[in-house]
Design a binder for this molecule. Sequence first.
Ligand code: ADP
Ligand code: MG
Length: 435
Amino acid sequence: MTLKQLVTPVTWHTWLEPLRIEDTEDGVVIVTAPNDFHVRWIRDKHLETIEQAVEASYGEAFDIRLEAQPRSPEDLDVAEDEFATGEHDMRDLPGFPNEAPKYSFENFVVGASNRFAWAAAMAVCEQPGTHYNPLFIYGDAGLGKTHLLKAVAHQVSVLDSRRTVRYVTSEEFFNDFIDGIRRKRMDQFKHTYRTTDVLLIDDVQFFMGKEQILEEFFHTFNSLYDAGKQMVITSDRHPRNSTLPDRLRSRFEWGLLTDIHPPDVETRLAILRTNAAFAPTEIPESVLEFIAGQVSDNIRELEGALTRITAYAALHAENITLDMAQDVLQDLAPRTQPRMLTAEEIIHETAAACDVTPAEVVGSSRRRDYVRGRQIAMYLCRDLTDLSLPKIGAKFGGRDHTTVMHALDRVKKLMASDKEVFDQVTALSQKLRET
Ligand code: ADP
Ligand code: MG
């Protein structure tokens, strides 16, 4: 019996076909898989089957050693491009999420702080609608909730492309709903949301206090639940600590509630190493350790610190050293009183620094200095607030999330090539953090 005959076609295509037998030596067969995630998955789920098949074909038992295939430089380039565009694109192709390598399981570092949420999310991908329904993940900003949700979206469709998956922020759900009412297309809204196999709703705390949408969401929930469709929901707090209606809160508790904590230092280091692998220059371990010690309770800030250091090094065409990292991050010493800045505050300060008005920053003119101020302000909103890309777009005169994405990309590149921009962004960021 061959391996292919031992498993379902989906498992074969997704998991087993990409494996390669590299070598056999002294009773050990070395098998390579495309990446670490793949290796883990095979080890957990299919190792025994592979052992059986190997024994059947070689006539004796072998130990299987699983390894990830080394990435080629071309792969890394592609990954970086997708890195820049992989976010929020899924809605453009309902039901067929794009490849989103940044927000994939492959790039999700598992540690004590998120292991449970991660395992539950993986289980949901394997058999949607059966184990934990709904799966409710809560935790503070910047700890990986959106990352997990998008990883589920991606993974579900990889495992079975016939399944319809829909990732939406609560705000997008809300907007679709309003749109449905306004255009008298509620049937379409209901059809879209109630026939999805896997519905992923991000930041459900946004619904609090909005009666009409809560009512609609309640019906959507019931209808999906009764049909055995999977839901995964995230929030910044436990349902018990929210002002959501009781009937909804109790439904959230029908499934599995799990939280994500701030990462411990090993996990922070592992996340930095993953990110460092994408960086154009070598980043010494001592620098990664330094960053991991500086930033502790928000992974977005952790990544931001690394970006800043790589940008600085590229700008000055220097190698990254610990001294340099300490210098660059000096301004980012832990905030004494963490406080969420608002987009308005950021726009105001940026406008002042760029010698334009806040109205010009959010306005539609494409004058060079306005555009520069606009892009920097968008970048700082991403860096210093918890706002999603669509929300940032909304704060800047209702711009699309792809415009915001482009702005972030642009500022990152400018920071690495133009000293004036680097200094301006650093000074603004420092000032805003101190307010
Ligand atoms: P949240 O939705 O909880 O506010 P995000 O999912 O947006 O947080 O995560 C913030 C940033 O940190 C993202 O860039 C995400 O990719 C990264 N991140 C979070 N958790 C992990 C993890 N476990 N491994 C790797 N990157 C992570
Ligand atoms: Mg989020």
